[in-house]
Ligand binder design. Structure first.
Ligand code: ACO
Length: 316
């Protein structure tokens, strides 16, 4: 199978910032508790014109511009999300119309919670191998703020909104992203009910148990991706982890002796943005010139489902 590489990345977050101090005025919490337990200081919440669809389109446009790829060259579009504006039409079909993507291509949403962007990259690699077009649009986007239960102080402080996008290219002879992915069906630790009548559509999470799952899953995924690609930590230019809790990232970088200049945390500013979290980091790294042509990135995600995944992604 031919591999994909990222040609351009983009991102968009709503301008409405909710700080820990703002939360102190709303619920029984403190800036000190949130910062020390999670590393989060701010999160951005959608409001007014800055809807899920608006930030999704903005991130995608930025990625297309960064890649120098026209909408009509796109061969497939996947939006990883659990919080699209509508279930039908999918966020990807809404985006298709907004951007003027071709009609003879698959556009669909993918739900693997916080691991969604990685599942979508792997799916895109498979799709582009079977497509006459060689570019694909992969987006991770969330509007989690509308699924927050403000009565639950253990979860309401964690989540933010945002969108990140990547335009990928598939070429003969390029290495596969070597994705490792897994799930164990667990409907207790993390839930976001859908169109049910009995339950509110709020996120519920057993945080401590999810934390324990994450601190095992993330290092395992790093090890698996290194093994599959035959690479060492020194061969990787940047490590990009799902931003769920700064302490989870600290544990894995310590375990693999990853130096500070090789990983990045933006959780302080955005909180946990689920499927948007990894592409938001990629977009920021791209903007800051920390990654670019030739960069090799090892990325790992984990989340509801429970799901986990890792991949080695290169930039064209
Ligand atoms: N402010 C102040 N006190 C709080 C708050 C708050 N916002 N929330 C909880 N507390 C209190 C609790 O009531 C508890 O008090 P008690 O000891 O008197 O009972 C105490 O703080 C400790 O609570 P814990 O829930 O045990 O806190 P913990 O250290 O586990 O941190 C957290 C909670 C931050 C949620 C952590 O468990 C975590 O990050 N888990 C992983 C989350 C994650 O990775 N999710 C990924 C997937 S998300 C997705 O897929 C959508």
């Amino acid at each position: 199978m031919n591999g994909i590489k990222i040609r351009g990345a983009g991102r968009s977050v709503p301008s409405n910032v909710v700080s820990n101090r703002d939360l102190e005025r709303k619920i029984d919490t403190s800036d000190e508790w949130i910062t020390s337990r999670t590393g989060i200081r701010n999160r951005h919440h959608c409001s007014g014109q800055e809807t899920f669809s608006a930030i999704t389109a903005a991130a995608a446009r930025e990625a297309l511009a960064a890649a120098g790829v026209r909408p009509e060259e796109i061969g497939a579009c996947i939006v990883a999300t659990v919080t699209a504006d509508t279930l039908v039409p999918s966020a990807a079909c809404v985006l298709q119309r907004a951007l003027g993507l071709p009609e003879d291509i698959p556009c669909f949403d993918l739900n693997a919670a916080c691991t969604g962007f990685l599942f979508a990259l792997h799916t895109m690699e498979c799709l582009l191998n079977a497509s006459p077009r060689k570019f694909g649009l992969v987006v991770g986007a969330e509007n989690l703020s509308r699924c927050i239960n403000w009565e639950d102080r253990g979860t309401c402080i964690l989540f933010g909104d945002g969108a990140g996008a990547a335009v990928v290219e598939c070429r003969e002879g390029w290495p596969s992203i070597s994705a490792v992915m897994g799930c164990h069906g667990n409907d207790e630790l993390l839930r976001l009910p859908g169109a049910e009548m009995e339950e509110h559509s709020y996120i519920t999470m057993e945080g401590t148990r999810v934390f324990k799952f994450a601190v095992e899953a993330v290092p395992w995924c790093v090890g698996q991706v290194l093994e599959r690609t035959g690479r060492k930590v020194e061969d990787v230019d940047f490590f990009v982890f799902h931003q769920a809790n700064a302490r989870i990232i600290d544990l894995v970088v310590r375990k693999y002796h990853i130096p500070p200049e090789k990983y990045y945390k933006n959780i302080a500013e955005y909180g946990n943005t689920s499927a948007a979290s990894i592409p938001l980091v990629l977009g920021e790294l791209w903007e800051q010139g920390k990654v670019g042509p030739g960069s090799r990135i090892l990325t790992v995600g984990f989340g509801g489902g429970l799901t986990w995944g890792g991949a080695m992604i290169e930039f064209v």
